[in-house]
Design a protein around this ligand. Structure first.
Ligand SMILES: [Zn+2]
Length: 279
């Protein structure tokens, strides 16, 4: 598993996974629980909704709500690994689809039969496939045709639910908290971007530690966004954008912007030093 705070760095720094096992278990348990509850609403909607048209969008909304829930649970339980979030979304999506079938059979039997075991559930769906469950413009799919639609529905839900995006990015390992502070922007003197990228890849921070602040009217400068844990000051991240203005012989100017890095973890002392030059 990879830690987003590291793998979001454009140069591809890797390693240092550290989501607590309890957080991962909570992510899966919470995702599954919410999916089972959402599945209840989803199934009742599909069962009672008289406009079959809307049922085409229902799996997208259902998968989207599971995805949204998993993202929020991950942020709450301090899960930083994107792969863990995807796995949590995938398992929650599968659980949600299974529960949707259980609830659907429950609704169709006038809330009498809660068919939990997979064998009984398969028998019940086979029986439904024989007669079909809905009619769309006089077309009533049964058998293979209906199975294809059901599989497409399940694939849609699980594909969407497993794309859960991270809501928070920078984490202080020492304080075990997300760094929620808004980043502070500092302009430093311009340096060749490839040189700076090479330095950062080697964890060489000499330039960041010593570069002068850029004057307000400078045409070329580096804009550094610093996010630093305000509790311990030890953990910090920088995002750097290069802005270069070149003046050609005929006096016309052209501006050139490039991203050097996004959310690169740097020692807290480097962040403190950069912020000092903004004062
Ligand atoms: Zn901290």
């Amino acid at each position: 598993m990879s830690n987003l705070t590291n793998d979001s760095f454009l140069e591809g720094e890797d390693g240092n996974p550290s989501s607590a096992a309890s957080g991962l278990m909570g992510l899966f348990a919470g995702g599954i629980l919410i999916s089972v509850l959402l599945a209840f609403i989803y199934s009742l909607f599909c069962f009672y909704n008289p406009f079959v048209h809307f049922n085409i969008f229902a799996p997208i909304v259902f998968g989207g709500l599971i995805m949204f829930s998993v993202s929020n649970i991950a942020a709450m339980l301090k899960v930083r690994s994107v792969n863990a979030m995807r796995a949590g979304g995938f398992v929650s999506g599968l659980a949600g689809m299974y529960a949707a079938w259980v609830w659907y059979i429950y609704a169709i039997t006038k809330f009498k039969v809660l068919m939990l075991n997979p064998y009984g559930l398969a028998r019940a769906t086979q029986a439904l496939a024989v007669t079909g469950v809905w009619t769309f413009y006089g077309f009533r799919p049964t058998g293979i045709g209906l199975y294809v639609i059901w599989i497409a529905e399940a694939v849609c839900v699980v594909l969407i639910s497993s794309q859960a995006p991270p809501l928070k990015f920078q984490f202080c390992e020492g304080c075990n908290e997300w760094i929620d502070e808004k980043g502070k922007k500092v302009r430093l003197a311009w340096i060749d971007v490839n040189q700076l990228k090479a330095d950062l890849a080697r964890n060489d921070y000499q330039f960041l530690n010593t570069a002068q602040a850029a004057p307000a009217d400078a045409g070329s400068y580096l804009e550094i966004e610093v996010k630093q844990c305000q509790q311990c000051l030890n953990e910090a991240f920088v995002s750097i954008e290069s802005n270069k203005t070149t003046t050609s012989d005929d006096g016309s100017t052209s501006a050139d912007a490039a991203i050097v890095c996004i959310s690169k973890r740097v020692p807290g002392s480097v962040a403190t030093s950069i912020l000092k030059r903004a004062e």
